[in-house]
Design a protein around this ligand. Structure first.
Ligand SMILES: [Zn+2]
Ligand SMILES: [Zn+2]
Length: 65
């Protein structure tokens, strides 16, 4: 099982974390920019159940109205 490609070190060691993604090799972090930086929680997504539903689209699973 391989992670996503890290933009910093180029290895496939970028893993999904609760806050976004983190490279286990170099420590590079990508923070999830939910709600376009507006802050706060989104609406509850009817599909995945996460509070990441913004402007009619879920940033977690991609569902949209
Ligand atoms: Zn890295
Ligand atoms: Zn969703």
């Amino acid at each position: 099982m391989a992670g996503a490609i890290c933009p910093k070190c180029g290895e496939m060691t970028l893993w999904q974390k609760p806050f976004g993604k983190e490279c286990s090799r170099c420590g590079y972090r990508v923070y999830r920019s939910i709600n376009s930086g507006k802050g706060g929680k989104g609406s509850r997504c009817p599909l995945c159940g996460k509070y990441t539903f913004f402007d009619g689209r879920c940033s977690s699973c991609g569902a949209h109205e």
